[in-house]
Design a protein around this ligand. Structure first.
Ligand code: COA
Length: 147
């Protein structure tokens, strides 16, 4: 499996397996925009894009995993955890944050597996389904500066 920064030629493959993209044009714009920013990463097996993730620095200047999505036919094969682990290594800030809905049990297990800690929650985003914030300390503040 190859893990790398996405290029614009990966966009169509991502859009084809992200079911949200089928109904929400904003998701398509999001994917193109994150690729342009070099914030989008893909997992590739046999030249096929099987997952994508977005790592940017929008969360109070900290690393922020905004998206992790594995092709439905390729789940439970370790691809999500491999891509998440890759983002942990790629993150340029000492603190890495991410979040998921309280209803998203697979994602919560995945974060726990990679030793992310809970860091509060945000209500009133999705009605009746709070956003659970997760956090991972990557290295000592003394050794690195943001950006
Ligand atoms: C959540 C998601 C990224 C997991 O990707 P994946 O490639 O299937 O994950 P992995 O195979 O690396 O699984 C690692 C661990 O996560 C947990 N996990 C993953 N899928 C799970 C599921 N359906 N039910 C319970 N636990 C699950 C397990 O602990 C698993 O380890 P195990 O297989 O040894 O039990 C994938 O299901 C997905 O893309 N979901 C839709 C998009 C989404 O919800 N993204 C998150 C938005 S914040």
């Amino acid at each position: 499996m190859e893990l790398r920064i996405a290029t614009i030629t990966d966009a169509e493959a991502i859009i084809a397996f992200d079911h949200v993209a089928a109904s929400e044009p904003a998701r398509i714009q999001f994917i193109y925009h994150q690729i342009e920013l070099s914030a989008c990463y893909v997992a590739v097996i046999d030249a096929k894009v099987v997952a994508y993730a977005v790592l940017n620095y929008k969360f109070y200047d900290n690393g922020w995993i905004e998206m992790l999505y594995v092709h439905p036919e390729f789940r439970r094969q370790g691809i999500g955890s491999a891509l998440l682990h890759h983002l942990v290594n790629e993150c340029r800030t000492p603190k890495l944050f991410t979040s998921t809905n309280q209803s998203n049990f697979p994602m919560q297990r995945l974060f726990a597996m990679l030793e992310f800690d809970r860091s509060g929650f945000i209500e009133n985003l999705d009605e009746g389904d709070p956003e659970l914030v997760y956090f991972k300390r990557l290295r000592d503040n003394a050794n690195i500066t943001n950006g």
